[in-house]
Design a protein around this ligand. Sequence first.
Ligand SMILES: [Mg+2]
Length: 201
Amino acid sequence: MPEIRALFWDVGGVLLTNAWDHEERNLAIDAFHLDKDEFEKRHKESVQPFEEGRISLDEYLQRSVFYQPRTFQPEEFKQLILSLSKPKSDVLEIARRLRGKFLMGTINNESRELNQYRIKTFGLAECFSLFVSSCFVGIRKPDERIYRMALDFVQRAPEECGFIDDRPVNVEAAAKLGLCAILLRSPSQLKSDLQKFGVEI
Ligand SMILES: [Mg+2]
């Protein structure tokens, strides 16, 4: 088995809570009394360009929330979104222990503003030197091109790269290309799966 040289991590649901998934959207729907069906329909229509970096957070909110007059301001809505991001300390600690031993990168689906806020707020650049975020590269997981791009960036064979994600579909796509892919279920399971690939914590 080739030695692992690079580790790629999903961010939402792995290193941090999700940025803007069902749970976060439901909290915002309740807090701002939005019509859930209408909002979700509009979210679905704009989430791809939003996460591929083709529209800004302002444009996304304009399309999904502020297409009609509201009693609250976009800034209040943004503050709520940002306040929902929390670290997943156990997994962050595992990643921190591995920095310096492996080339550390992310492969994640996130919009530009939330991604940059989260990188800065949680000090991710201290642990990771490469951010293959959908908003920077214009491709989202599980499209295989995003994994190929990450391999091109680090110039390593798929077997030399680990990948950790909390969604089966993303893990399956990485495994299909030959990466050592791990579906995260718990911090202890992550440690033992990393050890199976020769990565000692
Ligand atoms: Mg995730």
